[in-house]
Design a protein around this ligand. Structure first.
Ligand code: GDP
Length: 320
């Protein structure tokens, strides 16, 4: 069999890095798209030596289209985008352009490549639980109404619908509805890393407090490499479709804090944590928890790392 050619957009992010490693390890030819001027590029080239990096702005649909035509990938993983809800409030237009409209360019280019070569092109779009907004039912599944409550969720919802459109057009297109997934590679713009880093600094005597926002929000946190593996499985399944990828078990931010401080050797976390209204969001889903039943049945996927182990792994890295 000819070598499998894969393209990852957003390869400099948490998921892109894990995915690049997984695909390179299995012997696939890996290309990665990076934002022009991305500081992470040099470091990435060192970490993923076999991977060919392309500096292309995802919003430049002509450039993305010609890149896809030129490398003729078998699989495309669209992970690029504005990665946080907080950033999407600050930059709603950019969020719509990168996490929404640009996805049309990727899907169209893949469809045209498939038409031209007669070879299937499989596309996985990284969607998000944020497309469900503040859902009234929990856990959510692929049939839950799409009703985003922030610019990030709205852009991802548009892209999710577009995946369905291209799937009807004959593309093996997948919308992977990823719930929060974390690792020591998470930047501390996300609450998990902010907490584990904060707990470690306090344990080492290098900080005295940690300021957070809503401690009551409940999220379904999983281990990022598991979610990357789910995307690969979905790309290689018989048909495209939507898959909720989640552990199914939500925890509050407060529980995450308690677990992280315990892992850092501190029992009385309340002494160190302060709620700062600056970190409380204008609208925040009360609880997001996903039912990954379809992924379990159709893709044979299930999470391998539970909550306590996830927290422990993150704290361990921050304590070093
Ligand atoms: P998101 O789900 O992609 O927005 O991931 P985050 O890790 O940024 O946020 C997860 C939850 O943690 C949300 O409900 C936030 O409101 C809540 N949260 C509470 N305090 C903080 C904080 O200080 N920073 C961030 N980023 N989130 C916080």
């Amino acid at each position: 069999m000819a070598e499998r050619i894969c393209l990852i957009t957003g390869i400099s992010g948490q998921d892109g890095g894990y995915l690049g490693e997984q695909l390179a390890a299995e012997g696939s030819v890996v290309h990665g798209l990076v934002r022009p001027g991305d500081n992470a590029t040099a470091d990435l080239a060192g970490r993923l030596p076999g991977v060919t990096l392309h500096e292309t702005d995802l919003r430049d649909t002509a450039a993305v289209g010609s890149l896809i035509t030129r490398i003729a990938p078998d699989e495309v993983y669209n992970l690029a985008g504005i990665s946080s809800v907080a950033q999407s409030w600050a930059q709603p237009v950019l969020t719509g352009e990168i996490s929404g409209v640009a996805v049309a360019g990727v899907l169209q280019a893949c469809w045209e490549l498939q038409e031209a070569t007669g070879r299937p092109v499989r596309v996985v779009q990284a969607a998000s639980a944020e497309i469900f907004g503040n859902p009234v039912t929990s856990p959510q599944d692929e049939g839950t109404p799409i009703a985003p409550v922030n610019p990030y969720g709205a852009a991802k919802a548009y892209a999710h619908h577009l995946v369905g459109v291209y799937a009807q057009r004959g593309l093996h297109a997948v919308s992977a509805i990823l719930y929060n997934h974390e690792s020591p590679r998470r930047p501390d713009t996300f609450v998990t890393r902010k907490i584990t880093r904060g707990a470690a600094l306090i344990a080492r005597g290098e900080a005295t407090e940690l300021a957070l926002g809503n401690l009551d929000a409940r999220r379904d946190w999983g281990w990022a490499p598991d979610y990357v593996d789910a995307m690969v499985r979905a790309a290689r399944h018989d048909a495209g479709g939507s898959y909720v990828i989640a552990t199914g078990i939500p925890h509050s931010v407060r529980e995450f804090v308690a677990a992280a401080f315990t892992a850092a050797g501190i029992d009385d976390w309340e002494r160190y944590v302060r709620v700062d209204p600056a970190f409380v969001r204008p609208v925040d889903a009360v609880e997001l928890a996903g039912d990954a039943g379809r992924a379990r049945t159709e893709l044979g996927w299930s999470p391998t790392v539970g909550f306590d182990e996830l927290v422990r792994r993150m704290v361990e890295v921050d304590l070093v």
